[in-house]
Design a protein around this ligand. Structure first.
Ligand code: SAM
Length: 327
């Protein structure tokens, strides 16, 4: 079985193992191995590992003592991990309860099991959850060296976008001003601020903004983060011409906010525009909408057209990185 491992020189092995263990990142089901002076530590989520650690994929030896939910159930249930929670999507109540019991009985470092009880909905994009095990819907999630506290019943959060967020964060420069129009609990804002950017995050969901403030402190970047609880259309004029970078992660309706994005954009600004479109023309509608909102005041250059993930049959979640230069 191929799994992700952190590779470190043996002399740094124990310190690294302890750091990964404290972050609940060690995949306990596999053996830690030594080879040619390096220690290989299996990890549960390569995206959550700090940037300065090297991750390699290699075949792993299973530890015999480890009991997985599948061992107990006799089938392999599908689930996501978020901090010390397991998230399932089961319609059948009995099957959901059976999986929850097996998860708790297994050796997974998990205390909460949640079942998706609705689609994401409304302006705040929050879904309902059924608490199958554990005390509440709050979790602490780690992603690329950042830590996020959040309550799944009160805010939107998806760990599936971790790689995409890391890609965008990699473009951020130390001295820039970044504005996240739909910031949530801060998964763009916090890594941007960690790279030295001055950030503003806006959200219409007051709970998300409270978590964003808490997460800024938790990650030591509160001095570089302004969290605003408002409709971004109302606050945009206060930040006219302010931003070097704008993030628009509200697929389905980002086009309705392009006028505000153009207001916030400075003379030379990159906009990360997320969209969900049919696979036949996933980038065309977004590009046309951006040109319509920004031209001729700005010259518009599409720098990246990226498919983030498949969203539904024939529908793609995409991102356009677009540079706006004032003419
Ligand atoms: N960027 C975050 C992330 O990646 O986890 C959150 C993205 S979520 C898809 C969209 C967010 O936009 C939600 O937190 C929602 O509350 C917020 N939102 C929706 N309409 C808004 C508006 N008019 N002004 C500000 N925020 C809004």
């Amino acid at each position: 079985m191929e799994v992700p491992f952190v590779r470190v020189p043996r002399e740094r092995g124990e310190t690294t193992r302890r750091t990964l263990a404290e972050a609940d990142l060690i995949a306990d089901g596999y053996e830690i191995e030594v080879e040619s002076g390096d220690l290989y530590i299996p990890v549960v989520d390569p995206n959550a590992v700090a940037d300065d650690l090297e991750v390699v994929i290699r075949s792993a030896v299973e530890r015999e003592t480890q009991t997985t939910p599948a061992d107990i159930l006799g089938f392999d249930p599908s689930y996501e991990r978020l901090g010390r929670a397991v998230l399932v999507d089961e319609d059948d109540e009995e099957r959901a309860a059976e999986i929850a019991a097996a998860v708790l009985e297994s050796d997974l470092p998990v205390e909460t099991v949640l079942n998706k009880a609705s689609k994401i909905k409304g302006e705040t994009r929050v879904r309902d959850w059924e608490l199958l095990a554990g005390e509440n819907t709050e979790v602490v999630h780690r992603e690329y060296g950042c830590e996020f506290g959040l309550d799944l019943a009160a805010v939107y959060f998806s760990p599936r976008l971790a790689t995409e967020r890391h890609r965008v964060a990699g473009q951020v420069r130390e001295d820039e001003r970044a504005f996240d129009m739909f910031a949530g609990v801060g998964p763009f804002v916090i890594p941007f601020a960690k790279r030295g950017a001055t950030c503003v995050g806006v959200d219409v969901n007051g709970d998300a903004i409270e978590y964003l403030r808490e997460n800024a402190s938790r990650n030591g970047v509160a001095d570089r983060v302004t969290a605003v609880h408002d409709d971004v259309r109302a606050i945009a004029p206060e930040y006219e011409g302010w931003a070097d970078r704008v993030v628009m992660n509200l697929p389905h309706s980002a086009d309705e906010f392009l006028e505000s994005a153009v207001t916030i954009a400075g003379d030379d600004c990159v906009v990360h525009y997320y969209d969900i479109q049919h696979e036949d023309d996933p980038f065309g509608p977004g590009e046309r909408a951006i040109r319509e909102a920004a031209e001729p005041e700005y010259a518009v250059t599409v720098e990246t057209r990226r498919t983030v993930r498949s969203y539904a049959p024939h529908e793609l979640n995409v991102c356009l990185d677009v540079r706006l230069e004032r003419t």
